[in-house]
Design a protein around this ligand. Sequence first.
Ligand SMILES: *Cc1c(COP(=O)(O)O)cnc(C)c1O
Length: 393
Amino acid sequence: MITAVMPTYGRKDVVFERGEGCHLYAADGRRFLDFTSGIAVNALGHCHPYLVKALAEQGAKLWHTSNLFRIGNGERLAERLVANSFADTLFFCNSGAEAIEGGIKLIRKYQYVNGKPKRYKLICFSAAFHGRSLNALAATGNEKYLEGFGPANPGYKHAPLNNANVVRDMIDDEVAGILVEPIQGEGGIRSATPEFLRTLRAICDEFGLLLFFDEIHTGFGRTGKLWGYEWSGVKPDVAAIAKGMGSGFPVGAFMATEAAAKGMVPGTHGSTYGGNPLATGVANAVLDVILQPGFVDGVHERGLYLTRGLEALVAKHRHAFDEVRGRGFLQGLRCVVPSGEMVDRLMSLGMLVVGAGENVIRVFPPLIADKATLDEGLAILDKAAASFATKAA
Ligand SMILES: *Cc1c(COP(=O)(O)O)cnc(C)c1O
Protein backbone atom coordinates (compact mmCIF):
# COMPACT_ATOMS: atom_id res chain seq x y z
CA MET A 1 0.00 0.00 0.00
CA ILE A 2 1.28 3.43 -0.88
CA THR A 3 2.42 5.59 2.01
CA ALA A 4 0.40 8.70 2.78
CA VAL A 5 3.46 10.78 1.96
CA MET A 6 4.11 10.07 -1.73
CA PRO A 7 7.13 7.76 -1.79
CA THR A 8 9.43 9.81 -4.06
CA TYR A 9 12.41 9.77 -1.67
CA GLY A 10 14.61 7.01 -0.32
CA ARG A 11 14.49 8.19 3.27
CA LYS A 12 16.63 7.17 6.23
CA ASP A 13 14.58 5.61 9.00
CA VAL A 14 14.85 8.31 11.64
CA VAL A 15 12.48 11.01 12.84
CA PHE A 16 14.06 14.06 14.39
CA GLU A 17 12.28 15.73 17.22
CA ARG A 18 14.51 18.62 18.08
CA GLY A 19 17.49 20.51 16.75
CA GLU A 20 19.98 22.68 18.57
CA GLY A 21 22.91 24.35 16.84
CA CYS A 22 24.86 21.69 14.93
CA HIS A 23 23.02 18.73 16.48
CA LEU A 24 19.78 16.88 15.87
CA TYR A 25 17.94 14.74 18.40
CA ALA A 26 15.80 11.82 17.26
CA ALA A 27 12.51 10.75 18.80
CA ASP A 28 14.21 7.51 19.96
CA GLY A 29 16.86 9.45 21.91
CA ARG A 30 19.74 9.28 19.41
CA ARG A 31 21.90 12.41 18.98
CA PHE A 32 23.50 13.30 15.63
CA LEU A 33 26.10 15.76 14.46
CA ASP A 34 24.37 17.38 11.49
CA PHE A 35 26.84 17.99 8.66
CA THR A 36 24.07 17.98 6.05
CA SER A 37 22.69 21.33 7.25
CA GLY A 38 19.46 20.31 5.55
CA ILE A 39 21.47 20.19 2.28
CA ALA A 40 23.18 23.56 2.72
CA VAL A 41 20.01 25.18 4.07
CA ASN A 42 20.44 25.51 7.85
CA ALA A 43 23.16 28.14 7.57
CA LEU A 44 22.85 29.12 11.22
CA GLY A 45 22.21 25.60 12.46
CA HIS A 46 19.02 24.53 14.19
CA CYS A 47 16.85 26.87 16.21
CA HIS A 48 19.36 29.71 16.37
CA PRO A 49 18.01 31.85 19.27
CA TYR A 50 18.14 35.06 17.21
CA LEU A 51 16.13 33.46 14.38
CA VAL A 52 13.65 31.86 16.76
CA LYS A 53 13.04 35.28 18.27
CA ALA A 54 12.67 36.96 14.85
CA LEU A 55 10.27 34.26 13.66
CA ALA A 56 8.16 34.44 16.81
CA GLU A 57 8.00 38.23 16.76
CA GLN A 58 7.09 38.44 13.08
CA GLY A 59 4.69 35.51 13.53
CA ALA A 60 2.81 37.47 16.17
CA LYS A 61 2.65 40.57 13.97
CA LEU A 62 1.96 39.72 10.32
CA TRP A 63 2.46 36.68 8.07
CA HIS A 64 1.10 37.32 4.62
CA THR A 65 -0.52 40.13 2.68
CA SER A 66 0.10 39.22 -1.03
CA ASN A 67 2.07 41.21 -3.53
CA LEU A 68 -0.88 43.51 -4.18
CA PHE A 69 0.69 45.73 -1.54
CA ARG A 70 4.13 46.96 -0.57
CA ILE A 71 5.99 44.72 1.87
CA GLY A 72 8.38 46.53 4.19
CA ASN A 73 10.46 43.51 5.21
CA GLY A 74 10.91 42.55 1.56
CA GLU A 75 11.95 46.03 0.47
CA ARG A 76 14.50 46.13 3.27
CA LEU A 77 15.83 42.66 2.46
CA ALA A 78 16.09 43.44 -1.26
CA GLU A 79 17.96 46.69 -0.56
CA ARG A 80 20.43 44.86 1.67
CA LEU A 81 21.02 42.04 -0.83
CA VAL A 82 21.47 44.54 -3.65
CA ALA A 83 23.91 46.56 -1.52
CA ASN A 84 25.93 43.39 -0.89
CA SER A 85 26.01 41.83 -4.37
CA PHE A 86 26.44 42.47 -8.10
CA ALA A 87 22.68 42.93 -8.47
CA ASP A 88 20.53 46.05 -8.77
CA THR A 89 17.17 44.35 -8.31
CA LEU A 90 15.61 41.04 -7.31
CA PHE A 91 12.38 39.04 -7.30
CA PHE A 92 11.34 36.94 -4.28
CA CYS A 93 10.10 33.38 -4.60
CA ASN A 94 9.93 30.35 -2.31
CA SER A 95 12.48 27.82 -3.53
CA GLY A 96 15.52 27.23 -5.67
CA ALA A 97 13.67 25.81 -8.66
CA GLU A 98 11.41 28.85 -8.77
CA ALA A 99 14.44 31.13 -8.67
CA ILE A 100 15.90 29.24 -11.65
CA GLU A 101 12.59 29.43 -13.54
CA GLY A 102 12.39 33.16 -12.92
CA GLY A 103 15.97 33.71 -14.05
CA ILE A 104 15.28 31.80 -17.26
CA LYS A 105 12.21 33.95 -17.93
CA LEU A 106 14.20 37.12 -17.28
CA ILE A 107 16.91 36.08 -19.74
CA ARG A 108 14.42 35.23 -22.49
CA LYS A 109 12.59 38.50 -21.92
CA TYR A 110 15.84 40.47 -22.01
CA GLN A 111 16.64 39.10 -25.46
CA TYR A 112 13.06 39.71 -26.59
CA VAL A 113 12.92 43.37 -25.54
CA ASN A 114 16.36 43.90 -27.07
CA GLY A 115 15.11 42.82 -30.48
CA LYS A 116 16.38 39.22 -30.37
CA PRO A 117 13.15 37.21 -29.90
CA LYS A 118 14.69 34.09 -31.47
CA ARG A 119 17.17 33.80 -28.61
CA TYR A 120 15.77 31.55 -25.87
CA LYS A 121 18.28 28.76 -25.32
CA LEU A 122 20.62 28.37 -22.40
CA ILE A 123 23.96 26.63 -22.41
CA CYS A 124 24.19 24.50 -19.26
CA PHE A 125 26.75 21.98 -18.03
CA SER A 126 27.06 18.26 -17.52
CA ALA A 127 26.41 17.05 -13.95
CA ALA A 128 24.57 20.30 -13.18
CA PHE A 129 21.66 20.51 -10.77
CA HIS A 130 19.10 23.29 -10.99
CA GLY A 131 15.94 21.81 -9.47
CA ARG A 132 12.97 19.59 -10.25
CA SER A 133 10.42 21.78 -12.04
CA LEU A 134 10.21 21.00 -15.75
CA ASN A 135 12.49 23.79 -16.98
CA ALA A 136 14.92 23.51 -14.09
CA LEU A 137 15.03 19.79 -14.84
CA ALA A 138 15.68 20.37 -18.53
CA ALA A 139 18.49 22.72 -17.52
CA THR A 140 19.78 20.02 -15.16
CA GLY A 141 19.73 17.55 -18.03
CA ASN A 142 20.06 14.44 -15.83
CA GLU A 143 18.57 11.56 -17.88
CA LYS A 144 17.57 9.67 -14.74
CA TYR A 145 15.51 12.57 -13.39
CA LEU A 146 13.97 13.31 -16.82
CA GLU A 147 12.92 9.75 -17.66
CA GLY A 148 9.20 9.22 -18.03
CA PHE A 149 8.22 12.86 -17.88
CA GLY A 150 7.82 13.36 -21.61
CA PRO A 151 10.20 15.22 -23.86
CA ALA A 152 12.49 17.56 -21.92
CA ASN A 153 11.45 21.18 -22.32
CA PRO A 154 13.31 22.64 -25.29
CA GLY A 155 15.98 25.27 -25.00
CA TYR A 156 18.84 23.69 -23.04
CA LYS A 157 22.16 22.42 -24.34
CA HIS A 158 24.84 20.85 -22.20
CA ALA A 159 28.59 21.35 -22.42
CA PRO A 160 31.30 19.75 -20.29
CA LEU A 161 32.37 21.91 -17.35
CA ASN A 162 35.61 23.88 -17.73
CA ASN A 163 35.80 23.52 -21.52
CA ALA A 164 35.24 26.95 -23.04
CA ASN A 165 35.88 25.82 -26.61
CA VAL A 166 32.82 23.57 -26.57
CA VAL A 167 30.74 26.44 -25.18
CA ARG A 168 31.94 28.75 -27.93
CA ASP A 169 31.06 26.16 -30.59
CA MET A 170 27.52 25.83 -29.21
CA ILE A 171 26.64 29.49 -29.71
CA ASP A 172 24.17 30.17 -32.49
CA ASP A 173 21.46 32.77 -33.07
CA GLU A 174 19.12 31.00 -30.63
CA VAL A 175 21.36 31.05 -27.56
CA ALA A 176 20.27 33.62 -24.95
CA GLY A 177 22.56 32.92 -22.02
CA ILE A 178 24.78 30.58 -20.01
CA LEU A 179 23.73 28.95 -16.71
CA VAL A 180 26.43 27.62 -14.39
CA GLU A 181 27.00 26.74 -10.72
CA PRO A 182 30.27 28.27 -9.43
CA ILE A 183 30.69 24.97 -7.56
CA GLN A 184 28.45 22.06 -8.55
CA GLY A 185 26.87 20.51 -5.45
CA GLU A 186 24.78 17.51 -6.51
CA GLY A 187 27.24 16.80 -9.31
CA GLY A 188 29.95 15.97 -6.74
CA ILE A 189 31.43 19.31 -5.50
CA ARG A 190 32.98 20.06 -8.88
CA SER A 191 34.32 23.62 -9.18
CA ALA A 192 34.19 25.78 -12.26
CA THR A 193 37.70 27.20 -12.55
CA PRO A 194 38.07 30.99 -12.20
CA GLU A 195 39.62 31.01 -15.66
CA PHE A 196 36.60 29.20 -17.12
CA LEU A 197 34.18 31.63 -15.48
CA ARG A 198 36.21 34.58 -16.80
CA THR A 199 36.02 33.09 -20.29
CA LEU A 200 32.25 32.60 -19.97
CA ARG A 201 31.97 36.26 -18.97
CA ALA A 202 33.96 37.27 -22.06
CA ILE A 203 31.87 35.01 -24.32
CA CYS A 204 28.63 36.49 -22.95
CA ASP A 205 29.91 40.02 -23.49
CA GLU A 206 31.07 39.21 -27.00
CA PHE A 207 27.79 37.62 -28.14
CA GLY A 208 25.27 39.65 -26.14
CA LEU A 209 24.34 36.74 -23.86
CA LEU A 210 23.47 36.91 -20.17
CA LEU A 211 25.58 35.04 -17.62
CA PHE A 212 23.39 33.29 -15.04
CA PHE A 213 24.97 31.88 -11.86
CA ASP A 214 23.11 29.28 -9.81
CA GLU A 215 24.20 30.37 -6.31
CA ILE A 216 21.47 28.39 -4.59
CA HIS A 217 23.85 26.40 -2.43
CA THR A 218 27.03 28.46 -2.84
CA GLY A 219 25.40 31.68 -1.59
CA PHE A 220 25.07 33.15 1.90
CA GLY A 221 28.61 32.48 3.05
CA ARG A 222 28.77 28.74 2.45
CA THR A 223 32.04 28.88 0.48
CA GLY A 224 33.73 31.34 2.86
CA LYS A 225 32.64 34.38 0.86
CA LEU A 226 29.14 35.81 0.79
CA TRP A 227 28.69 34.62 -2.82
CA GLY A 228 30.50 31.80 -4.56
CA TYR A 229 31.24 34.00 -7.58
CA GLU A 230 33.48 36.25 -5.45
CA TRP A 231 36.25 33.64 -5.60
CA SER A 232 36.60 34.19 -9.35
CA GLY A 233 35.95 37.93 -9.37
CA VAL A 234 33.52 37.28 -12.24
CA LYS A 235 30.15 38.98 -11.87
CA PRO A 236 27.06 37.46 -13.46
CA ASP A 237 24.10 39.33 -14.96
CA VAL A 238 21.61 37.10 -13.16
CA ALA A 239 21.80 34.83 -10.09
CA ALA A 240 19.45 32.41 -8.36
CA ILE A 241 19.59 32.21 -4.56
CA ALA A 242 17.64 30.18 -1.95
CA LYS A 243 18.83 27.47 0.51
CA GLY A 244 20.86 29.37 3.17
CA MET A 245 18.76 32.50 2.62
CA GLY A 246 16.11 31.56 5.20
CA SER A 247 18.25 29.09 7.17
CA GLY A 248 15.33 26.66 6.99
CA PHE A 249 12.46 29.00 6.25
CA PRO A 250 11.49 28.53 2.56
CA VAL A 251 12.53 31.62 0.63
CA GLY A 252 14.45 32.28 -2.58
CA ALA A 253 15.03 34.97 -5.18
CA PHE A 254 16.51 35.72 -8.55
CA MET A 255 18.72 38.77 -8.73
CA ALA A 256 19.83 40.76 -11.76
CA THR A 257 21.54 43.88 -12.95
CA GLU A 258 19.31 46.71 -14.05
CA ALA A 259 20.24 46.14 -17.70
CA ALA A 260 19.41 42.42 -17.52
CA ALA A 261 16.05 43.08 -15.83
CA LYS A 262 14.97 45.52 -18.52
CA GLY A 263 11.96 43.45 -19.64
CA MET A 264 10.64 42.62 -16.15
CA VAL A 265 7.90 45.21 -16.00
CA PRO A 266 4.54 44.97 -14.14
CA GLY A 267 2.63 41.86 -15.16
CA THR A 268 5.60 39.84 -16.43
CA HIS A 269 6.09 37.60 -13.39
CA GLY A 270 4.46 36.84 -10.05
CA SER A 271 4.22 34.62 -6.99
CA THR A 272 1.47 34.47 -4.39
CA TYR A 273 3.71 33.80 -1.41
CA GLY A 274 6.96 35.23 -2.79
CA GLY A 275 8.61 37.61 -0.32
CA ASN A 276 5.82 37.63 2.24
CA PRO A 277 6.42 39.48 5.52
CA LEU A 278 7.13 36.27 7.47
CA ALA A 279 9.66 34.84 5.00
CA THR A 280 11.47 38.13 4.42
CA GLY A 281 11.38 38.91 8.14
CA VAL A 282 13.25 35.67 8.87
CA ALA A 283 15.64 36.20 5.93
CA ASN A 284 16.48 39.68 7.26
CA ALA A 285 17.36 38.09 10.59
CA VAL A 286 19.58 35.52 8.84
CA LEU A 287 21.31 38.38 7.03
CA ASP A 288 21.78 40.28 10.32
CA VAL A 289 23.99 37.41 11.49
CA ILE A 290 25.75 36.59 8.21
CA LEU A 291 26.62 40.24 7.49
CA GLN A 292 28.19 40.76 10.91
CA PRO A 293 31.82 41.78 10.41
CA GLY A 294 34.00 38.68 10.50
CA PHE A 295 31.20 36.10 10.20
CA VAL A 296 31.89 35.01 6.61
CA ASP A 297 35.66 35.41 7.10
CA GLY A 298 35.30 33.04 10.03
CA VAL A 299 33.69 30.44 7.74
CA HIS A 300 36.64 30.83 5.37
CA GLU A 301 39.16 30.43 8.18
CA ARG A 302 37.47 27.41 9.72
CA GLY A 303 36.93 26.08 6.19
CA LEU A 304 40.71 25.97 5.76
CA TYR A 305 40.93 24.11 9.06
CA LEU A 306 38.29 21.67 7.82
CA THR A 307 40.14 21.18 4.52
CA ARG A 308 43.38 20.38 6.37
CA GLY A 309 41.52 17.92 8.59
CA LEU A 310 39.88 16.21 5.62
CA GLU A 311 43.18 16.06 3.74
CA ALA A 312 44.78 14.38 6.74
CA LEU A 313 41.98 11.79 6.67
CA VAL A 314 42.57 11.13 2.97
CA ALA A 315 46.29 10.63 3.66
CA LYS A 316 45.55 8.29 6.57
CA HIS A 317 42.71 6.28 4.99
CA ARG A 318 43.58 5.80 1.32
CA HIS A 319 41.36 2.69 1.32
CA ALA A 320 38.33 4.87 2.12
CA PHE A 321 38.85 8.37 0.67
CA ASP A 322 40.93 9.70 -2.19
CA GLU A 323 40.17 13.39 -2.66
CA VAL A 324 38.96 16.55 -0.90
CA ARG A 325 36.89 18.96 -2.98
CA GLY A 326 35.30 22.37 -2.51
CA ARG A 327 35.98 25.16 -0.06
CA GLY A 328 34.65 26.85 3.06
CA PHE A 329 31.86 24.75 4.52
CA LEU A 330 30.96 23.34 1.11
CA GLN A 331 33.30 20.39 0.93
CA GLY A 332 33.25 16.92 -0.49
CA LEU A 333 35.22 13.77 0.14
CA ARG A 334 35.46 11.41 -2.77
CA CYS A 335 35.15 7.89 -1.47
CA VAL A 336 36.95 4.75 -2.54
CA VAL A 337 34.34 2.62 -0.80
CA PRO A 338 30.73 3.12 -2.00
CA SER A 339 29.67 6.57 -0.79
CA GLY A 340 26.23 5.27 0.21
CA GLU A 341 27.85 2.81 2.59
CA MET A 342 29.99 5.60 4.02
CA VAL A 343 26.88 7.73 4.61
CA ASP A 344 25.24 4.83 6.46
CA ARG A 345 28.37 4.03 8.49
CA LEU A 346 28.66 7.68 9.57
CA MET A 347 25.02 7.73 10.53
CA SER A 348 25.44 4.63 12.69
CA LEU A 349 28.29 6.51 14.42
CA GLY A 350 26.13 9.59 15.00
CA MET A 351 27.01 11.87 12.09
CA LEU A 352 24.86 12.96 9.16
CA VAL A 353 26.25 13.77 5.71
CA VAL A 354 24.69 13.63 2.26
CA GLY A 355 25.97 11.90 -0.85
CA ALA A 356 26.60 13.52 -4.24
CA GLY A 357 27.68 12.51 -7.75
CA GLU A 358 31.06 10.88 -8.49
CA ASN A 359 30.94 8.81 -5.28
CA VAL A 360 31.37 11.90 -3.10
CA ILE A 361 30.01 12.59 0.37
CA ARG A 362 29.18 16.21 1.07
CA VAL A 363 30.50 17.70 4.31
CA PHE A 364 28.28 20.72 4.96
CA PRO A 365 28.57 21.91 8.58
CA PRO A 366 26.27 24.73 9.66
CA LEU A 367 28.17 28.01 9.21
CA ILE A 368 28.19 28.46 12.99
CA ALA A 369 30.22 25.27 13.56
CA ASP A 370 33.32 26.07 15.64
CA LYS A 371 36.61 24.17 15.56
CA ALA A 372 35.55 21.84 18.37
CA THR A 373 32.46 20.87 16.35
CA LEU A 374 34.57 20.34 13.22
CA ASP A 375 36.90 18.17 15.30
CA GLU A 376 33.90 16.14 16.46
CA GLY A 377 33.03 15.52 12.80
CA LEU A 378 36.59 14.74 11.77
CA ALA A 379 36.88 12.22 14.61
CA ILE A 380 33.72 10.41 13.46
CA LEU A 381 34.93 10.41 9.85
CA ASP A 382 38.22 8.93 11.10
CA LYS A 383 36.39 6.19 12.96
CA ALA A 384 34.11 5.41 10.02
CA ALA A 385 37.04 5.17 7.60
CA ALA A 386 38.96 2.94 10.02
CA SER A 387 35.95 0.61 10.31
CA PHE A 388 36.12 -0.03 6.56
CA ALA A 389 39.78 -1.02 6.88
CA THR A 390 38.96 -3.56 9.59
CA LYS A 391 36.26 -5.06 7.42
CA ALA A 392 38.61 -5.41 4.45
CA ALA A 393 41.35 -7.08 6.52
C1 LIG B 1 18.99 22.73 -4.20
C2 LIG B 1 19.38 23.33 -5.49
C3 LIG B 1 18.42 23.75 -6.43
C4 LIG B 1 16.95 23.51 -6.25
O1 LIG B 1 16.41 24.13 -5.13
P1 LIG B 1 14.96 23.70 -4.58
O2 LIG B 1 14.72 24.63 -3.44
O3 LIG B 1 15.06 22.26 -4.17
O4 LIG B 1 14.00 23.87 -5.69
C5 LIG B 1 18.87 24.33 -7.59
N1 LIG B 1 20.17 24.53 -7.81
C6 LIG B 1 21.12 24.16 -6.93
C7 LIG B 1 22.57 24.42 -7.24
C8 LIG B 1 20.76 23.54 -5.75
O5 LIG B 1 21.70 23.15 -4.89
